[in-house]
Design a binder for this molecule. Sequence first.
Ligand code: UN1
Length: 527
Amino acid sequence: MKRTRAARPSAFSDETGAGTIRGAVRLESMAVAEKSFKNYVAGEWIDAGSGETFESLSPATGETIGSFPRSSADDVDQAVSAAKSAYEEWRLTPAPRRGEILFRFGQLLTEHKEELAQLMTREMGKVIAEARGDVQEAIDMSFYMGGEGRRLFGHTTPSELRDKFNMSVRMPIGVVGVITPFNFPIAIPSWKILPALVCGNTVIFKPANDTPLLGERFVELLAGAGVPAGVVNVVHGFGGETGDRIVRHPDVPVITFTGSRETGVQVTKNGADLLKRVHLELGGKNAILVMEDADLDLAVEGIVWSAFGTSGQRCTAASRVIVHRRVYDDLQSRLVAAAERLRLGAGWEADTDVGPVINRKALEKIDAYTKIGADEGARLLTGGEVATGESLDAGFFYRPTIFGDVDPKMRIAQEEIFGPTTALIPVDDLDEAIRAANGIRYGLSSSIFTQDVNRAFRAMRDLETGITYVNAGTIGAEVHLPFGGTKETGNGHREAGQAALDVFTEWKSLYVDYSGRLQKAQIDTTE
Ligand code: UN1
């Protein structure tokens, strides 16, 4: 079905407030019917000023998903100015009303869950069950942050003086720059945009250039839920151009970025001249500890899911497995057998376990790390090659890869590979396991498989990560808990949960003196 772009937002109807949309059929057919997409600025669908475009490709087949505006600094400036104008009205919209829009958005995501998941498996590549989970995470976040519209709690506290009232409240900050990665193309935008909105900020959003269609769908549904023109703007493009201008723009006081450590450092430096608030969620080199008393069947399941789920392209992926020597051989052979049973294929095929990686560059990087591991003297136990075969040749598939006898200092045990590669590290006891787990620059997620409650609690205390699981893998965070990491995984902020509100608000302290006298704090306190 062919449509005109300008008409798109009006295809949604939220007049009833019931979250029903007339565009459902149109949306389902859009992915195949339409190939040329636009930016969304001040409620209008527009091209980049230069008219330049880039393409999004399906990593499973190489087919073109669509072409998108390659936005320049001028396009960003226009979108920021729209977000800045919309801010005045949006910050004064009562927070419960803002929350209701997020509830409607949650309903729309629910109605479009299957269609978004199908689109995701084509544009990003993850298997369909995981794609449904990605959309579900955004649904959960919509309802969680929607409810925040009626909370956004501050504090009241006694004054040290008579007839005086003290409180602190959360205030919105302004225009938030949102820059997201390809691996959770619906969930991660929701972690950033929804709390930003409920707190009263407006948004300029650059989705990953590998998954622009999902970013655009996200914003389209937000518009359908009733987000006013200018409150959320999407500009497509590349980090070095579009993203860089967002980061440096003087009217964007808050930047939230998920991506590589290297880019995170650049974002920090480039935002520093204007003392911007920068929230970062960067790399991980997450370890699963398997103790000698672990349930090995459960551990193998947890490792396979955490190392090879999403083709290892999660910040939380288990790229290290630290194993007690007493169970090392047993675990290794079970794990290799389980990895070799995994079926590679397009994410939409019912029997696929592992989909493609995002693009050729990623495939080459993953393969380069296989060579690095072999050169370092690690033992390649399985995988270690680009997967070929009739249904795989057109896409970017890599065989699930396991290295054995890995020294914790090797590069394959230190650097983020972001692919289906994991490293087995033998240790003699829990202390050595924790030392190895902590001996890296990152600190996102960790896990321990043990039946011993004492060991579990020691691990929960001593593993230097923002997230620790007991008897589960390293992936699978829920939206109402803080998400983020220690050390060089970030810069101390957290997203999701209540912690997200700290990124998107400033505290304001209010003192109301109703004594009718000038009372001096710290001085007139004896009366
Ligand atoms: C990420 O990879 O950046 O806990 C996010 C998890 C998912 C989110 C991962 N809920 O693995």
